[in-house]
Design a protein around this ligand. Structure first.
Ligand code: 5GP
Length: 118
């Protein structure tokens, strides 16, 4: 799938749409999900134009991969201390991906079921 530069997270990266940012560095931006599914629900997105996790791992440079996942770890610690958390990345429509810019959900702050809800 070609990258759509009009997707909502591309617009957030360009500052065209506001977000409640909690962290930013040269590799990643993290912000509160607009429809939180848990008390802590933060999205972490890479600065580069990647449609999905698979696209990111296929095309991103090593420093982009390292920098992005280091940011995920920092944000998880920043937002939830040493408590437990869940990472989700929906890869493709069947997996539930609705925004075609790679993102990781960080969810925490309540007991969660094991894997899929339904
Ligand atoms: P996906 O379904 O692709 O895994 O996750 C997309 C997430 O983006 C959803 O949890 C949805 O609530 C969130 N989202 C969609 N539009 C916006 C927006 O404009 N701002 C923010 N902060 N989150 C959004």
């Amino acid at each position: 799938m070609a990258y759509d530069s009009d997707n909502i997270f591309a617009k957030i990266l360009r500052g065209e749409i506001p977000c409640k940012a909690v962290y930013e560095d040269s590799y990643a931006l993290a912000f509160h999900d607009i429809a939180p599914a848990a008390p802590v629900h933060v999205l972490v997105i890479p600065k580069g134009a990647f449609t999905s996790f698979a696209d990111f791992m296929a095309r991103a440079a090593a420093d982009e991969v390292q920098g992005f996942f280091a940011a995920v770890a920092k944000v998880a610690a920043q937002e939830n201390g040493t408590a437990d958390f869940r990472l989700i990345s929906n890869n493709g429509a069947e997996a539930g991906q609705t925004v075609p810019h790679f993102h990781v959900h960080i969810l925490a702050g309540k007991p969660m079921g094991h894997l899929l809800a339904d």
